[in-house]
Design a binder for this molecule. Sequence first.
Ligand code: PLP
Length: 388
Amino acid sequence: MYADRIKYLPPYLFAAIDRAKQDALAKGVDVIDLSVGDPDLPTPSHIVEAMREAVRNPENHQYPSYAGKLSFRTAVANWYSRTFGVKLDPENEVLALIGSKEGIAHAPLGFINPGDTALVPDPAYPVYRTAVSFAGGTPVIMPLTRENRFLPDLEAIDPGVAAKAKIIFLNYPNNPTAASATKAFFQELVDFAHDHDLIVMHDNPYSEMCYGGQRSMSILEIEGARDVAVEFHSLSKTYNMTGWRVGAVVGNAEIVAGIGKIKSNVDSGNFGAVQDAGITALKSSKKIVEDICQVYQHRIELLYNCLSGIGFELEKPRATLYLWAWVGGDSVVFCQRLLEEMGIVATPGVGFGQYGEGYIRFSITQPTERIELAVERLEKMGKVMPMQ
Ligand SMILES: *Cc1c(COP(=O)(O)O)cnc(C)c1O
């Protein structure tokens, strides 16, 4: 019945964990789920209030514009200017998305012909890979390893492979490894894209989730980036708005237009009221996000101190919502053990790709008292957890 593109989807590696979680819940275990990156804190109330007003506006009851309201695109451009010092033309360098996942999933359809290739990191957010496959292309993996600080080794990419590829996907601050990229790396990447005529698609939903004085960049701050790159941004993580489905892709006008051409044949834009509320979100004072980050930083501190204390090998995250811990064995088996013995759900690293094997990912998007309870359980198990 199904098309090959469904048949050949990678196996759903989280299914076993899901089943084990359901079994544990059925047995009455108080399961602490640290597997999903979905903010538990509510959307700030001034944004919710803006939405209430916007819903009443009859203009928002009709079809929205494909590209997004000019007022929304202008708010994105102003936010980029304020946050990164990057000037964008809201008319042709900004396109509204129904969440950045939507844009990422559709983007390859505008650039990949059957048989084309795209460079994708591994481990990574799985959408890059499936989107390339859905467009008839072949993803070529760039391993992210601890030795390279979870940055792709561009020099290791076969020049023939690079010459053939059309797109390179990246994501810093990175899910799942929590790594950040330096300015030098972004410059190297942009130069690499120029040399090999590649389109850079940088996924940047965690730019504001930074701790301890660290600041994240937009790739568009790099000289020459606007010739080759677009950046996907999202209100999901920054403003606790995952359920609202609103983001944007910004940067090179031709690439943005290509994504827009696909989208205008698929969807009819975001609900206007969501865009209006999104404008309010983007105009929020920095304090709103600082307060959210303070909560996350405290949770990271708790979980990091605990995990490193009982023998996990990991770095303290300076960005994102994740702790990426080396367990040195089968990550699915390890997560099953974690669930059976402690009632804690984590994500097996292999779910993000073959180079994620040996790691597990903990998310901090559960209430602080639940993370404290997880810490209590982990510490009770003592120094026996990681398998060697
Ligand atoms: C959460 C996340 C997204 C953003 O998702 P939205 O569709 O904007 O909610 C994109 N990329 C990565 C790597 C993510 O973790």
